[in-house]
Design a protein around this ligand. Structure first.
Ligand code: SF4
Ligand code: FES
Length: 246
């Protein structure tokens, strides 16, 4: 397969970026999107040109590093997958593919397609953990938890912190991410002890770091590779209000 790639190139956070056009040929339909970019970079290096910087780590949908905006959609034109799981057979032969970094004030561009998502780490550091003594594994197994709650918690725990929800949102809101992190802890008895302090601290940090508010558009849920539900945001809002009055 052949493709025309229009890729955002930017030397650093202060530099003015621009789109550059590259032609790439003889790509296998079974090649992943990142493998296609690897091949482009090999060709650029052969020509003594700077390779395109993009983020990746696990390449199996777990780490959330492969944050690319492809043809106007975070993680590309498929649902429920990350960029590293996207294959070239999903595109038409000869198609023009536009590749951009996440665009949000709280995610500054480091270089080309790589953005700084440490704002997410700061939100987690503000309260996304359990610090009370919860005992060992045998203790956990003796605490009965309703199946429905355990499943909701595990669903929320699937969030991989990729940031697609922020990139998809017109307000660059991080509420889907933050609410998933809050929900997976507060739905379980071990996480309820610090629930009030946690929701207040994490919401305050999210606001401080420049993420926008939620206006219920639902773009975050539609583009989330782990299909995290908007109902987590409703749960977070409820927890936040209750924490202010109790
Ligand atoms: S909620 Fe979904 S889109 Fe947002 S960071 Fe988590 S996995 Fe990524
Ligand atoms: S590289 Fe880890 S999720 Fe894509």
């Amino acid at each position: 397969m052949d493709f025309i790639l229009i890729i955002w190139r930017q030397q650093n956070v202060k530099a003015k970026g621009k789109f550059m056009k590259y032609d790439i040929h003889d790509i296998s339909p079974d090649c992943s999107f990142l493998e296609m970019l690897d091949q482009l970079n090999e060709k650029l290096v052969d020509k003594f040109e700077l390779p395109t910087c993009f983020d990746h780590d696990c390449r199996e949908g777990i780490c959330g590093a492969c944050s690319l905006y492809i043809n106007g959609r975070p993680h590309g034109n498929d649902s429920g997958i990350t960029t590293c799981q996207l294959h070239m057979r999903k595109f038409k032969d000869g198609e023009t593919i536009v590749i951009e970094p996440w665009r949000a004030r709280a995610f500054p561009v480091i270089r080309d397609l790589v953005v700084d998502r440490s704002a997410f780490d700061k939100i987690i550091q503000s309260g996304g953990y359990i610090s009370v003594r919860t005992g060992g594994v045998p203790d956990a197994n003796t605490i009965p938890i309703k199946k429905e709650k355990a499943e909701l918690s595990m669903d929320a725990a699937q969030c991989i912190g990729c940031g697609a929800c922020v990139a998809a949102c017109k307000n660059a809101s991080a509420m889907l991410f933050v609410s998933a992190k809050i929900s997976h802890l507060s739905l379980l008895p071990q996480g309820q002890i610090e629930a009030k302090e946690r929701v207040q601290a994490m919401v305050a940090k999210m606001d401080e770091l420049g993420f926008g508010n939620c206006t219920n558009t639902g773009a975050c849920e539609a583009e989330c590779p782990k299909e995290i539900k908007l109902s987590n945001i409703a749960r977070m809002n409820r927890e936040f209000i209750v924490s202010k009055f109790t």
